[in-house]
Ligand binder design. Structure first.
Ligand SMILES: [Zn+2]
Length: 228
């Protein structure tokens, strides 16, 4: 896990450190019909994946006012960022969509998993929320509550718990109103994320999320409210 350098000049607002990689719903290197038969074909296939991933990321960035607003907000914090801020790379053995690297200050997109512009939009908003948090507050990688807070914010602001994703996806829980449904989704995803962290080992992820939920869910910066 990335080690976050101490940043004592920034206040500790109880918000972020967000190291965890997002778990993909599914993802394989190649479909059976596409499986390469030689090392040269593997290299060629990876190059195609990289190009396709970069194209998807670029289109998401170019078409989303939310992403553009977030990037502008991050840059407005005047913290050091990698150039490029977002990179595509294959992560063959990990079923993850991507993650934020605190050491490099860079967002990684798993080129083997992210296939669509909408997938890229949600992932980028999620990971860039972590980047934004890391720019604005002191973060403690050993503090499970910090991680929980940033995960709550990232799930809330990334639209991954929007009514479209929740109601038309596979995670729908009946008998809940939209707001309750959205909050339940944010809690569920945040708890799942911190459950994989060393800093949260031995703790009940749901209880940790509950302990910071109200404050962190209400914190929608840099957006004035939760994007829909
Ligand atoms: Zn996250």
């Amino acid at each position: 896990m990335a080690v976050v350098p101490a940043r004592t000049s920034r206040p500790d607002l109880g918000v972020p450190f967000a190291p965890e990689p997002r778990v993909a719903a599914s993802g394989t290197l190649f479909s059976a019909s596409e499986a390469p038969s030689s090392p040269a074909e593997v290299v060629s296939a990876h190059a195609r994946e990289q190009t396709r991933c970069r194209s998807v990321v670029d289109r998401a960035m170019a078409s989303s006012p939310l992403l553009q607003f977030m990037v502008k907000a991050i840059k407005g914090r005047n913290c050091e960022l990698a150039d490029p801020l977002v990179v595509c790379a294959p992560i063959p053995k990990a079923p993850i969509e991507g993650g934020y690297n605190h050491d490099r200050r860079q967002v990684l997109v798993n080129s083997l998993v992210i296939k669509s512009q909408s997938d890229a939009l949600t992932l980028l908003l999620h990971e860039l929320t972590h980047a934004y948090d890391a720019c604005r507050v002191y973060v403690d990688p050993g503090n499970c509550r910090h991680s929980a807070c940033s995960e709550i914010r990232a799930s809330n602001l990334s639209t991954e718990c929007s009514w479209q994703n929740e109601w038309f996806g596979t995670r729908r829980t009946p008998h809940l109103g939209f707001r309750a449904q959205q909050q339940a989704c944010v809690k569920r995803r945040a708890a799942k994320s911190i459950g994989m962290l060393e800093a949260c080992k031995g703790k009940d992820p749901r209880a940790v999320v509950d302990s910071v939920f109200e404050r962190c869910y209400a914190d929608t910066a840099p957006f004035p409210r939760t994007p829909i």
